[in-house]
Design a binder for this molecule. Sequence first.
Ligand SMILES: [Fe+2]
Ligand SMILES: [Fe+2]
Length: 174
Amino acid sequence: MKLKDLNALFLHELRDLYSAEKQLIKALPKMAKATTNEDLRQAFEMHLEETEAQVKRLDEVFEELGVSPRGPKCAAMAGLIEEAQELLYEDSDPRVLDAALICAAQRVEHYEIAGYGCVRSLAQQLGMHEFAAELQETLDEEKMTNEKLNELALGEVNEEAADASEEIGSTPRP
Ligand SMILES: [Fe+2]
Ligand SMILES: [Fe+2]
């Protein structure tokens, strides 16, 4: 890929995120359906709504720039989603699956946090301060989602997954 200037890099990164978000819109309902934990289901559903709004936010940026949002498929997000979906094919204890879904979802959020941090900083460098503020808004949402997932894991999900292990008599190795 040829990137002739910072503008080209900015566009490339934005399109990567656009593809990533679009893929996530298809994956989040499957994750919501797969969990038996009501709080986790709600968190996935809420983030689906947020993700749809984030795509609109990106759409507006592309529109103002007068360019198409279309670019190559984000291979990293495709990989993260593929790994998350592999979890669903296995016959896991539902409580352990919930803990696993949180791990997969947190990976996704961290990827997005990195991506939005980059485009926010690039927009600032290019003097596009309105775009930088918009992208910062999405960045904050991704960080809050990650934090929420962390709280769910530490609050009950991991403990319940540990109960599942005790029931089948497997003890963690020291
Ligand atoms: Fe997002
Ligand atoms: Fe996200």
